[in-house]
Design a protein around this ligand. Structure first.
Ligand code: BGC
Length: 374
């Protein structure tokens, strides 16, 4: 019998309420409604939030987000074509042309100093849309058109350096970004077989595997950087593009566990992270729990449940989850400088709530939570 641990406050209820009120009329999700830097909608955050909503049966909410993305993509179509031409000619696409990583809820690119060119977001969006369709979401003509644009765009741009899932190091080609592009391309093909990108995907699959950085049998952040990065967890869960037992992924997981998982078990982004001191992130702890559920035959339900309880313990008394938790900061000396710049780190973060819901809904198939609120 699995020890369910202490009862949690109604974090499912507060998570849905926070995500619901953070969804703009346009369908965009505002990443961190109260944090000065996160009043925008990211493809990456939104795609993972939509996945959670589909997992919770909130198909309509997810559909509104997907249509918002489709609107952004279609209105950027001429720029996407110019980006493809530039990439094919060996040039870097212009910022006015490529897909940005974050937009205002009105669909206009955000005016910030952060790196805007990130290719993982469009890939994760394609994957999330395919997940939506599998859960009963309707793939209408607007979505199909957007899928075509994004797949062709990624097909030409995939090998360009761009900022990673943490919006950093834009001069490199990141393993985790490549994994997201690959899974996105496969998702595009599954949704729109007439896309005729099958040969390109076949090629891409191999080329991407060759470009992903591997050291001592484990994936690392980028070629020449030996560090492991927790965003690589997404390959096994939720993308399910590799089995958790596949040797290269299993070796990566072992490194993640020994280098960037706290006893808690909160998960850090990477060992040299200094953003707000490099705390532990609920979104990554959720991914870790979901990977554990896919490890070794029946999966490690007990440790996945510990991951869920760790996330629950980070909620404040209003049921709000943060982006990261400073208790186990890797670089505590750096926290104050960020606080002075932008105040406390984001809370609530919609993606953290979504990640909680996704892990929880997977665990619900294995654990009886009935007495949590008894
Ligand atoms: C994270 C990104 C995220 C963004 C908004 C950044 O600090 O590194 O992964 O998309 O915040 O939540």
């Amino acid at each position: 019998m699995i020890d369910r641990g202490p009862a949690a406050p109604d974090l499912v209820g507060s998570s849905l309420a926070i995500i619901g009120s953070g969804q703009a009329a346009s369908g965009a999700f505002v990443a961190g409604p109260t944090f000065s830097q996160y009043g925008y909608s990211w493809f990456r955050d939104g795609a993972f939030i939509a996945e959670a909503l589909d997992n919770m049966g909130k198909i309509e909410w997810a559909a509104r987000f997907h249509h918002w993305v489709a609107g952004v993509v279609i209105s950027t179509a001429p720029g996407l074509e110019r980006s493809r031409e530039a990439a094919r000619a060996g040039r870097t696409p212009a910022a006015a042309d490529y897909l940005h990583c974050r937009y205002g809820a009105d669909g206009l690119p955000a005016d910030t100093d952060w790196p805007t060119f990130q290719l993982d977001g469009p890939g994760i969006w394609l994957w999330s849309l395919a997940h939506h369709v599998l859960h009963g979401g309707r793939l209408d003509a607007e979505l199909v058109l957007a899928v075509e644009h994004v797949a062709r765009y990624l097909g030409d741009l995939w090998s360009l350096p761009c900022a990673d899932a943490w919006e950093e190091f834009d001069e490199h080609v990141h393993s985790s970004t490549l994994a997201a592009i690959r899974v996105g391309m496969e998702a595009a093909l599954s949704m729109v077989p007439q896309l005729a990108i099958e040969p390109a995907i076949g090629r891409l699959r191999n080329e991407i595997e060759d470009r992903m950085s591997v050291r001592d049998g484990a994936y690392t952040k980028w070629l020449g950087n030996p560090e492991v990065d927790a965003s690589l967890l997404w390959m096994a869960a939720p993308y399910e593009s590799v089995l958790a037992t596949e040797p290269r992924f299993a070796a990566t997981l072992r490194r993640i566990e020994s280098e960037i998982v706290t006893a808690g078990p909160g998960v850090h982004r990477y060992a040299s992270d200094t953003y707000y001191g490099g705390g532990a992130w609920p979104v990554l702890t959720s991914a870790y729990g979901r990977v554990l559920l896919r490890r070794d035959g029946p999966g490690d339900v007990e440790h996945a449940l510990r991951a869920l309880r760790w996330i629950e313990a980070q909620a404040d008394d209003r049921g709000q989850l943060p982006e990261q938790v400073a208790d186990h900061a890797l670089a505590p000396g750096r926290i104050d400088a960020w606080r002075e710049l932008w105040g406390d780190s984001a809370r609530p973060l919609l993606w953290s709530h979504a990640a909680y819901l996704s892990l929880r809904s997977e665990l619900e198939r294995r654990v009886d939570f009935a007495s949590d609120h008894a």
